[in-house]
Design a protein around this ligand. Structure first.
Ligand code: HEM
Length: 447
């Protein structure tokens, strides 16, 4: 049997770090703060400054917190709200209570599995354009696979949000505006996480609000153009949202911003991690290329092909297990509660950490090893595999994200098997999402 690949992860701490060290590690990446024992621990509690933190790391405790007691642990963490509210306002991702319920009723149907027939052709079209791009590159050409995948998934989400022509023309502007926001956010959310006084936190957020206003201006213009244009029957999430529920213009913009933010970088990172993992496991890369060539014969994958591409799906599922794009799911207790028989005071943070849960040795055989076939052999443990979260706030774009990544991966894998640039070391980092560093230099090779 070929040797299996264990992809990189930050060193696991042997003993509890000092407060200053914890803060320094957290600032670098949310992956670096965990101790060795945390991975196999079902439930544990800790405290950083004024914030009590409870971590659910077994199927039972995940179900208890996010499903059975979802009402108590419904509110997003102060860190997420602080980082995202300037941009998303009361958008679904950060809202709560009645506003959340109302928005969920609007957003969930337009991204639902039943809409894939209408949305998937855009994914097929973009995957085909990228296959042409990659085919035109000479063997040995250098690419940044992270940037390539970010541009590709931006095309998909912009064309599905705003329609083909407007979406394609605006993708670059939207991506730049969101990247500038992200760069600001990375530095601002720590104060809120640690429960520092409001004044300190708001001082940090000035630049973030300025970047958010820039994005709002871009989106307002695009939405007005979509709604002013005649409906020619092409897929547009913005048009579908406004047809389904009467929404104020700012509410529609908040949901468009939410869908872009939630649906862009998550899928881009999943694709980039998949190329990296495949580049280190030639047997899996070959198996994927063989499957894609046999099913597709050179053409682009469609929605109808997805069920015939089980190995492509398994590669995506394994990438999402090892490098979940949202590696920490955080909630604030709205009232006093209880988890695993322990009191959880109001205001505590309750975390489900896919980064830990997906590598819990009690749930996974060889948890650090890249082994996509594990998803062909057995179903993942219920409540033990949550890349799209679980419970009432589960990702509304789960089907969208899976269909998009399988279509794009299989279409491209027929033509290309990029290798990691010699000498480049990949190190996972996580701020808002988990990425393979700031760039992923790879060298093009024909499949
Ligand atoms: C591989 C791709 C994706 C992954 C891994 C992913 C993951 C997640 C996760 C973990 C959450 C919950 C976050 C939390 O509880 O704090 C979430 C929420 C959400 N996602 Fe996704 N997502 C993906 C793609 C998408 C796409 C393509 C869309 C839309 C087209 C989307 C729309 C949303 C929305 C609207 C929410 C908020 C749901 C709510 O709070 O009710 N996601 N996603």
């Amino acid at each position: 049997m070929a040797e299996e690949f264990i992809p990189p992860h930050p060193p696991r701490l042997e003993k509890r770090p000092s407060l200053l060290r914890s803060i320094a590690l957290f600032r670098r990446s949310m992956l670096d703060v965990w101790m060795k024992g945390h991975f196999a621990s079902d439930f544990f509690a800790t405290k950083i400054l004024r914030r009590r933190i409870f971590v659910c790391n077994s199927p039972d405790t995940v179900r208890e917190a996010f499903v059975e007691k979802a009402e108590t642990f419904h509110r997003k963490s102060p860190q997420q709200r602080y980082a995202l509210e300037p941009l998303l306002g009361d958008g679904l991702f950060v809202s709560e209570g009645e506003t959340w319920r109302q928005r969920r009723r609007a957003v969930a149907p337009v991204t639902h599995a039943s809409r894939m027939r209408e949305l998937a052709p855009v994914m097929t079209e973009v995957a085909g354009e990228w296959a042409d791009r990659w085919r035109a590159l000479p063997d040995g050409a250098e690419i940044d696979a992270l940037e390539e995948m970010a541009r590709m998934t931006a095309e998909v989400i912009c064309r599905t949000l705003f329609g083909r022509a407007l979406g394609s023309a605006s993708a670059e502007t939207v991506v730049h505006a969101f990247s500038a926001y992200q760069a600001r956010v990375g530095q601002t959310a720590l104060g809120a996480m640690l429960n520092l006084p409001e004044a300190i936190s708001s001082l940090q957020g000035f630049g973030t609000r300025r970047e958010a206003r820039r994005i709002h201006a871009v989106l307002d213009e695009l939405i007005a153009a979509v709604l002013a244009a005649p409906d020619v029957g092409e897929a547009s999430l913005v048009r579908a949202l406004s047809a389904l529920q009467a929404m104020e213009p700012w509410a529609l913009r908040n949901e468009a911003a939410t869908l872009f933010m939630a649906g862009h970088e998550t899928t881009a990172n999943t694709m980039a991690w998949s190329w990296y993992l495949l580049s280190q496991s030639s047997a899996d890369a070959q198996r994927l290329a063989d499957e894609a060539k046999a099913v597709l014969g050179g053409r682009s994958a469609t929605l109808e092909d997805v069920d015939s591409l089980p190995f492509a799906r398994a590669v995506i599922e394994e990438s999402l297990r090892l490098y979940p794009p949202v590696p920490v799911l955080a909630r604030e207790a709205l009232e006093d509660g209880e988890l695993a028989g322990r009191p959880v005071p109001k205001g505590s943070l309750v975390l489900v950490v896919p980064w830990l849960l997906h590598r819990n040795p009690k749930l996974w055989d060889a948890p650090d090893t890249f082994r996509p076939a594990r998803f062909l052999d057995a179903s993942p443990p219920r409540y033990g595999y949550v890349p799209f979260a679980i419970g009432p706030r589960v990702c509304t774009g789960q089907q969208f994200g899976m269909v998009e990544t399988v279509i794009c991966l299989a279409t491209l894998a027929q033509h290309a098997a990029p290798r990691l640039k010699p000498g480049h070391k990949v190190a996972p980092v996580s701020r808002l999402t988990l990425r393979p560093g700031d760039a992923l230099p790879m060298v093009m090779r024909k499949a």
